[in-house]
Structures are given as structure tokens and as C-alpha cells.
Design a binder for this molecule. Structure first.
Ligand code: F6P
Length: 367
């Protein structure tokens, strides 16, 4: 009987619970024994109560809960080989050789490395540590890894949206609407800083959805000495047309074309120079909390179902799949390739190849 473990890792995102629920229930539907890993990779390492069976009813009510109910944590020990060996031991002791990981690119890279090392870790556990006999490990010669992308940043190449991104976007838009009301009352300008790490998707989409005056994103950096004048001109023009407030959205990773960070305080200074009564609001973790919007619930559910199917169809020679979505269809992409592409987006931005970065972020894996 196949035993599958599910875990969440990295920063939490709305919809992770829906993903866990779908994986657990689909696994049970197909006759598998399901396990939950609590507290991310820490749970794999420590085992005990952090790595235990999870049942159909344990995930009841998960769809409408924010965050991740099985927990997540940053785990330095998993970055060490001895830590991964300990994790392999814990899994084999329970008869588990398939892992569905919902997390960002860092967590998924860690998972794939674990899969690659798995045969040698098992060998060491038998030959050096004598934790198992060769017969005991016979059914656990390979580890199957399937990735689900849980991140509010929507920064993974090859997939249209990541689990949690639309929920964070919704939260941002709601907050900007609130800010606009007070801004209009006082004829003020607001600089709103949003999350996204090195990705401008949240800022761009929120800016479009709220009709912001100006948006700063890392992928389209403005010229170092020109953005100030342009920003002033745009905001003044909108005022002249009768607008009573200004909204500028700044992605937390915003930079100019010389790669200098553009902070919300930098933007505020420029607006103050044209006499605008300006305030800065850094939205922070409200963007990550709260319940998932419908999009993230169905995305996580359909992807969770496919993740289990991918486990059951996997062979030792299949590369680890990452479940994505493209043109409203759930797709499978090679995990390593997607992560590599995502990393090269950042590298291209660092090398000032901004158009190439955008093209890579949009690239697809369609056969
Ligand atoms: O990756 C998700 C994210 O919320 C980013 O947008 C942000 O830069 C980062 O995590 C914040 O991390 P932490 O919660 O560890 O401060």
C-alpha cells in the first residue's frame, strides 16, 4: 500500500490548507495511507508527533482557513546532509516513499535534492549506520517528490498563478480602497508598499485593479535620474484633471535601471517636493494572512488532486513534477527546470537584461 506524506514549507500562503486537504482526501480515495509532516522540514527531521498519519476528517474545514494548519518553519538542519539522512530514516521507518511539498522555490529545490540523494542516503543507513537491513529498505529504494507552488509572490516561471497570489492581491486591493477613502478626504498622496520579494506581480496587478497613478516594479526599472520628474508630472497631471488623491504602489523589490533600490520613503520625498501631503503605508503581513479567495481554493484543490495522481504515475526515471496551471488547465512541469528558470529571472534582472527576465517569467512548459 502506497504511503504518501504531505507538507507545507517556506512562507505560508492562503490556499495551502486547501492543497493539504485535497492531497489527503485524494490519497485516501485512491487507497493510500496518508501522513502529514508538521512544521515543514523540521517535522521530517524530528519525526515523532511531527510526522504522523492524517485522516479524512482531520482536514475537515480546511478550505476556509488561512495560513497553514500543519505549520511551516525554516529548518537549517535540512540543509545539511546529516539532517536529510535523519529525515530519510524517519520516512522509511513509517514506510513512506512519496512526498508532496507545497512551498516556494527554495523549499522545492530542497525537496528535489533530497530525492536525488535518497538512494545514497538509504545505502548509508544500511551499510554505515545499520539502521535497516537490505531487505527492509528494498521497497524504499527511490523517493517520489511532487511539488505544489504555494507563494503569494506569483514568482514561479512556467505557471500562471501560484497558490495564494490571488488572495494576497485581493487583500491589497481592499486595503488600497480603504486608503483611497481617507486619502480623498484629505486630498493626500499615499505610497503603498506591497510584498512580492523580487517579483512585481502583486504591485502591478494591484495598481491596475485600483487605478494607481504610478507603479514601481523590479522587472521594469525606471531610469535612475528620470523617474522623479516623470512621477511628479504624472501625479500633477492627474490632480489637474480633478483627482483628489494620488496612489503610488511600490513593490518591495523595486529598483531603478542601475539596480539601486527604490524605497517607499524615496518616493514619498519626491511627492513632498511638489507639495503633496504624503503618507507611506507598508502593508506587511496582512497580505499573507486571511482566508483564501475562491481562485486559490479551487487551484489548490485541483492541483492537490493532480499531485496524488502524479505520485501514483511516477517511475524512478520520471523527473520530479511541479504542478502548475496554464490557460486554466492544470499542467505538470519538470520541477528542476521551473526552479532553474525562476532563478535565471533574478539573474537576468541582476545583469540588467530586463526584457529577457520578463520573457523567462512568462515562459511555458507545454509539450
Ligand atoms: O515569499 C513570501 C513573502 O511574503 C515575500 O513577499 C516577503 O518578501 C517575505 O515572504 C517575507 O518573509 P517573512 O515572513 O519571513 O518576513
Amino acid at each position: 500500500k502506497q504511503k504518501i506524506a504531505v507538507m507545507t514549507s517556506g512562507g505560508d500562503s492562503p490556499g495551502m490548507n486547501a492543497a493539504v486537504r485535497a492531497v489527503v482526501r485524494t490519497g485516501i480515495y485512491y487507497g493510500c495511507d496518508m501522513y502529514a509532516v508538521y512544521e515543514g522540514y523540521k517535522g521530517l527531521l524530528e519525526g515523532g508527533d511531527l510526522l504522523k498519519p492524517i485522516s479524512w476528517k482531520d482536514v475537515r474545514g480546511f478550505l476556509s482557513e488561512g495560513g497553514t494548519l500543519i505549520g511551516t518553519a525554516r529548518c537549517m538542519e535540512f540543509k545539511e546532509r546529516w539532517g536529510r539522512k535523519q529525515a530519510a530514516k524517519n520516512l522509511i521507518e513509517r514506510g513512506i516513499n512519496a512526498l508532496v511539498v507545497c512551498g516556494g522555490d527554495g523549499s522545492l529545490t530542497g525537496a528535489d535534492l533530497f530525492r536525488h540523494e535518497w538512494p545514497s542516503l538509504v545505502k548509508e543507513l544500511v551499510e554505515q549506520d545499520q539502521s535497516f537491513t537490505p531487505e527492509q529498505v528494498e521497497p524504499y529504494k527511490n523517493l517520489t517528490i511532487v511539488g505544489l507552488v504555494g507563494s503569494i509572490d506569483n514568482d514561479m516561471s512556467g505557471t500562471d498563478s501560484t497558490i495564494g497570489a490571488y488572495s494576497a492581491l485581493e487583500r491589497i486591493v481592499e486595503m488600497v480602497d480603504y486608503i483611497d477613502a481617507t486619502a480623498k478626504s484629505h486630498s493626500r498622496a499615499f505610497v503603498v508598499e506591497v510584498m512580492g520579494r523580487h517579483c512585481g506581480w502583486l504591485a502591478l496587478m494591484a495598481g491596475i485593479a485600483t487605478g494607481a497613478d504610478y507603479i514601481f516594479i523590479p522587472e521594469r526599472p525606471p531610469k535612475k535620474d528620470q523617474w522623479q520628474a516623470e512621477l511628479k508630472e504624472v501625479c500633477q497631471r492627474h490632480r489637474e484633471k480633478g483627482r483628489r488623491n494620488n496612489t503610488v504602489i511600490v513593490a518591495e523589490g523595486a529598483i531603478d535601471d542601475e539596480l539601486n533600490p527604490i524605497t517607499s520613503e524615496d518616493v514619498k520625498k519626491v511627492l513632498v517636493e511638489i507639495g503633496l501631503d504624503t503618507r507611506v503605508t507598508i502593508l506587511g503581513h496582512v497580505q499573507r494572512g486571511g482566508t483564501a479567495v475562491a481562485h486559490d481554493r479551487w487551484l489548490a484543490t485541483l492541483q492537490g488532486v493532480d499531485a496524488v495522481k502524479a505520485v501514483l504515475e511516477n517511475t524512478p526515471s520520471t523527473p520530479s513534477p511541479l504542478i502548475g496551471i496554464n490557460e486554466n488547465k492544470i499542467i505538470r512541469m519538470p520541477l528542476v527546470e521551473s526552479v532553474k528558470l525562476t532563478k535565471s529571472v533574478a539573474e537576468n534582472i541582476e545583469n540588467k537584461h530586463f526584457d529577457k527576465a520578463i520573457a523567462l517569467r512568462d515562459s511555458e512548459f507545454i509539450d
